[in-house]
Design a protein. Structure first.
Length: 408
């Protein structure tokens, strides 16, 4: 017969294991929020929000925080450690980073990523000081922050990236870029963290900057990798690490940096709604792109008068390729979504003013407007339907543009 003492001990143990199981299942849920464009993202997990006193009573199957004192500046506002457990505590102190972050209005996510980038000091490699490219620093001014970083204007990034890409990054709402170089002999590796105002902007930049195919090992919300680089998108940030990986040491450094930066990132984002809502019938998979201004639009669609469109009024804008079987044709589609049908109609009217009287008469969609024009050797159609304004370009036959417009 089981004694009351043993029954009590067994009951307490069951409660403890049940509490552990609840916390483990709760870790799949994350605190959520919205960026400045209303796009959803999530941060952290429920387990990370458990007070240390409670964590000490959880069985050892649940990972405990790293041993040793935690520096106040390596903690986020929620109180959990800002660095991954395997992050070396070397390099520049994190206290000045926190002071800089507060002074410049950076988010916890940006502060954590900057702190990790500062604290990567691989043996045998010469690590340069962190450089910060900021959108709100007037060119050509520059100053050195308390922790040794040089803060310069975003335009100076054009020295290392082509100027068109820098302009597109600014259209996407890039607010800061943290850059650090590592050199060993002739080998040079550059790690960059791009911070954006919105999830859509970060995803658009990822599709612009990525190289290679999608990773088998997924980092962040989406990742790509080739022999020269690793890039991943997570929430409102994009991380790129580039450099030759022709030896084991370089490859290990690039992989470890990507893993550490991905592990510390707490935000997550969802694919832009405009891409999800574009018709799937005939869409060429992998051709989808986010655009947020005339420069990024011109990079992905060859349509005239794009400067006349007010991209800042659109909630989101996407571009994709479409394949029409009958008549056989391949077309480009750009879809802008506005807050109201009236704004979509305004975009339709202002864009149509550029074409004069060369319109080809076609039937308008129900509840909207449609115009078709011949431009050089191809046809261009644009229409307004509800809150959507759509441009269909590169059509070799007018019938293929009209056919595709029915599904928009």
């Amino acid at each position: 017969m089981t004694s009351p003492f043993r029954r009590t001990k067994f009951f307490r143990g069951s409660l403890l294991l049940s509490g552990a199981a609840f916390l483990l299942s709760s870790s799949a849920f994350a605190a959520s929020g919205q960026d400045t464009a209303g796009n959803s993202f999530s941060t952290g997990s429920a387990l990370n929000q458990v007070p240390p006193a409670t964590q000490s009573r959880i069985p050892s199957m649940i990972p405990a925080p790293p041993a040793g004192p935690q520096h106040p500046a390596s903690m986020s506002t929620t109180g959990f450690p800002g660095l991954a457990p395997n992050m070396p505590a070397t390099g520049n102190p994190l206290v000045p980073v926190t002071q800089i972050s507060r002074a410049r209005g950076w988010s916890d996510q940006e502060s954590l990523l900057l702190g990790v980038l500062q604290n990567i000091n691989p043996a045998g490699w010469d690590a340069a000081p962190v450089r910060i490219f900021a959108a709100n620093v007037a060119s050509p001014s520059a100053h050195t922050a308390a922790a040794g970083e040089t803060i310069v204007s975003m335009e100076q990034l054009s020295v290392e990236l082509d100027s068109q890409k820098v302009t597109i990054l600014q259209e996407f709402g890039c607010s800061e870029v943290f850059e650090r170089g590592f050199q060993r002999g002739q080998r040079r590796i550059i790690a960059r963290v791009f911070a954006f105002n919105t999830v859509n902007g970060a995803y658009g930049a990822y599709m612009l900057m990525r190289q290679g195919a999608a990773n088998v090992i997924v980092r962040g919300d989406a990742s790509s990798e080739d022999q020269e680089s690793i890039s991943f998108w997570q929430g409102r940030t994009l991380v790129t690490i580039s450099g030759p990986q022709d030896d084991e040491e370089s490859k290990t450094l690039v992989t470890n940096m990507a893993d550490k930066l991905a592990a510390i990132s707490r935000e997550h984002g969802q694919l832009p709604d405009v891409l999800e809502r574009m018709p799937k019938l005939g869409r060429v998979r992998g051709s989808e792109r986010v655009v947020m201004g005339p420069v990024s639009a011109r990079r992905f669609i060859n349509a005239p008068y794009l400067n006349s469109l007010n991209f800042t009024r659109a909630l989101c804008c996407g571009v994709a390729d479409y394949q029409v079987q009958e008549p056989p044709d391949r077309l480009k589609v750009m879809n802008l979504e506005f807050a109201t049908p009236q704004e979509a109609m305004l975009a339709f009217n202002s864009y149509g003013l550029n074409f004069g009287g060369r319109q080809i008469q076609i039937a308008a969609p129900f509840g909207g407007m449609c115009s078709l024009y011949k431009t050089n050797k191809t046809y261009l159609l644009f229409q307004q339907k509800g809150r959507q304004f759509t441009i269909i370009a590169h059509a070799r036959k007018a019938e293929s543009a009209e056919y595709l417009a029915r599904f928009m």
